[in-house]
Design a protein around this ligand. Structure first.
Ligand code: M6R
Length: 613
């Protein structure tokens, strides 16, 4: 949430900062700003409302070419508003009272009101409504020529979450950065150092990175990095290789990142499965689970935590763990987990599911579960992310960077790995070799099954064309397709702004059916499964009230008389079918949003990676 990029080196900073902001724009895009440092001169800042392109325009108009060429140090920010509307005054960077230092901030300073009141009593006149300005002014109050010291003293008074980058006129060529609860990564180049809120902004410059830990304060120059931990002890943090190329964060000819990411799924799910399926023994090999077969056999319960799409993946996992592993599984919304005093202990496995590995609520759940002595694993996409590092063990989904705010390939990667985990746990418990082999073989077919759904892109676009004008839609499913219905509805609402509700198919008649009017689209997940007859009955009930039924059906299943439109997914195991079905609904949402002219990759009010509670 919010993007930070900072640069110190020998090259002109402006294009590097703007380029970094473009890569980070998916983290927040309601306003943007940058500040440049020139030796001996004042800090120059530009801010603008809206997308980074508007800031770039402003830079072109208001910064002389000479200044753009000579300033080689700067910080920049793209904002997702928390305190105060998206206005120029609230955009970052924010300044100290004497304007001799400025900072960009990601996170929330929870006690900013008290800090602001204290500073106002001392005569400070605030120019924004943000929590960030209070921190900038507080650092300014402490500054006596040592920026790191001032940052440390100010942060000692702060409650909340932050990733910050700060610079001061009196210390040219120096950036001080700090994190607690919001990610920051340093990029080490040749004679240049970068800082960013995520690695995608660094790929164009370097592959060598250092992920800061919570509590770290780093002082960076073009050639040096000094990292102190929360106790002010000098730390050597590991230098990691990103192993990503630029293509991973570019559209590669697709109109939107979302479409690219949908189409990457045969490959990304293949990556999630690669080397992990043992079809001969009908099991999965998941080194990251890191626990002895005996410990796993003794597990009493698995609690899956996550938010949004990751929560829905967990809900599919719940069915899989119960069905395949005979394990009592339950899903908990991560934001609620620590506040309900969860009943978890040493015989419970808490599985934190997160694409970004930075979601504040999921991270808080991880910490609470660890505190309670549970075995905690991460199911994460972003290597080096906080949840990946704090869980210390877990399984990566290897989906590659997901740039579109709407999560797609992360969901299918998460579900694929959850099915692998359930298979693995199941085989260590009561799942027969025979069923294990059947399921492993089905999972191995996933890339091919996914390709078959993707091949229907045009047909799905045509279905979308017949529902694009609707203002309301329902998504219904039963069993493991219930969370897929929830996910289908989430995709549609977040990118097309169509009001969409996902329901258990049997729940419709308990209330929501009152909302149906003639023509309301009802998307029904009617794949072949033990509950199929019941699903059709629920669809009939909607049809009888005039709803337009769009059915996701299994290839070769008996022709129905209910559906107005059909989307066909290949025949496969009902748990495995959640993946092709979800992809069909991703395409449906995508095409509806496209037909409605929505900004698909950056939907209004949203941001990727929610690092605030
Ligand atoms: O990075 P995470 O998986 O932890 O993110 C969780 C949610 O914020 C995320 O899935 C969100 O719901 C997406 N916008 C859904 O498309």
């Amino acid at each position: 949430m919010c993007g930070i990029i900072g640069y110190v080196g020998a090259q002109p900073a402006t294009p590097i900062l703007l380029g970094g902001l473009r890569r980070l724009e998916y983290r927040g895009y309601d306003s943007a700003g940058l500040a440049l440092q020139e030796a001996g001169g004042p800090l120059v800042a530009l801010r603008s409302v809206g997308k980074v392109a508007r800031l770039a325009e402003k830079v072109k108009q208001e910064l002389t070419a000479e200044r753009q060429a000579t300033a080689t140090v700067g910080i920049a920010h793209t904002r997702w508003a928390t305190h105060g509307a998206p206005t120029e005054a609230n955009a970052h960077p924010h300044f100290s009272a004497d304007r001799k230092l400025c900072l960009v901030h990601n996170g929330i300073i929870e006690n900013y009101r008290a800090i602001r009141a204290r500073l106002e009593a001392k005569g400070h006149v605030f120019t924004s409504e943000t929590d960030t300005e209070a921190l900038a002014r507080l650092i300014g109050e402490h500054y006596q020529g040592d920026l790191r010291k001032a940052v440390g003293q100010a942060l000692a008074q702060v409650e909340g979450a932050y990733g910050i980058a700060v610079m001061a006129t009196a210390q040219p060529g120096v950036l001080v950065v700090a994190r607690k609860g919001s990610p920051l990564v340093l990029g080490l180049g040749e004679g240049e150092t970068l800082v960013a809120s995520d690695a995608s902004a660094l790929i164009a410059h370097t592959q060598r990175v250092i992920y800061l830990d919570d509590g770290d304060i780093a002082t960076v120059t073009a050639n040096t990095v000094d990292i102190r931990d929360r106790h002010d002890v000098l730390r050597e943090r590991e230098v990691a290789e990103l192993g990503l190329d630029l293509g991973a964060v570019e559209k590669g000819g697709y109109e939107h990142f979302m479409l690219k990411e949908i189409f990457e799924q045969a490959e990304s799910v293949g990556n999630a499965l690669r080397g992990r399926l043992d079809t001969e023994h009908g099991t999965a090999v998941l080194a990251g689970m890191g626990t002895s077969p005996r410990d796993l056999a003794e597990l009493q319960r698995i609690v899956l935590v996550g938010c949004g799409t990751s929560l829905h993946a967990g809900q599919v996992g719940e069915f899989a763990f119960e069905d395949l592993a005979d394990l009592n599984a339950e899903v908990q919304q991560a934001a609620e987990f620590r506040y309900r005093n969860p009943l978890v202990g040493s015989h419970d496995l808490v599985l934190a599911i997160s694409q970004s590995g930075e979601t504040a609520d999921t991270l808080a759940a991880v910490r609470e579960a660890k505190e309670k002595g549970a075995l905690v694993l991460g199911l994460v996409n972003v290597v080096g992310s906080t949840i990946a590092r704090e869980t210390g063990r877990g399984v990566f989904i290897h989906a590659g960077p997901e740039i579109s705010v709407a999560s797609t390939k992360a969901f299918t990667g998460q579900v694929a790995v959850l099915l692998l985990m359930a298979l693995r746990l199941g085989r260590g418990r009561r799942l027969s070799l025979e069923r294990g082999r059947v399921l492993a073989a089905e999972l191995a077919r996933l890339p091919e099954l996914i390709a078959q759904v993707l091949a229907q892109n045009d047909a799905i676009a045509a279905v979308a064309g017949r529902m694009a004008a609707a203002e309301h839609a329902f998504f219904l499913g039963r069993g493991p397709m219930h969370p897929v219905a929830l996910e289908g509805a989430l995709k549609l609402k977040e990118i097309s702004y169509v009001h969409a509700e996902g329901y258990h198919a049997a729940e419709m008649k308990h209330g929501p059916i009152a909302l149906l009017t003639p023509g309301t689209p009802v998307v029904v997940l009617a794949n072949r499964s033990p509950q199929l007859d019941k699903v059709w009955s629920n669809a009939e009930e909607c049809k009888a009230r005039g709803a337009r039924i769009i059915a996701v059906v299994t290839a070769g299943s008996a022709a129905d008389t209910i559906a107005d439109d059909r989307i066909v997914i290949p025949e496969c195991d009902p748990l495995v079918a959640t993946i092709p079905a979800a992809i069909a609904l991703q395409l449906l949402a995508y095409h509806v949003a496209r037909l409605r002219g929505c900004p698909i990759d950056q939907p209004r009010n949203l941001a990727k990676s929610v690092t605030v509670e």
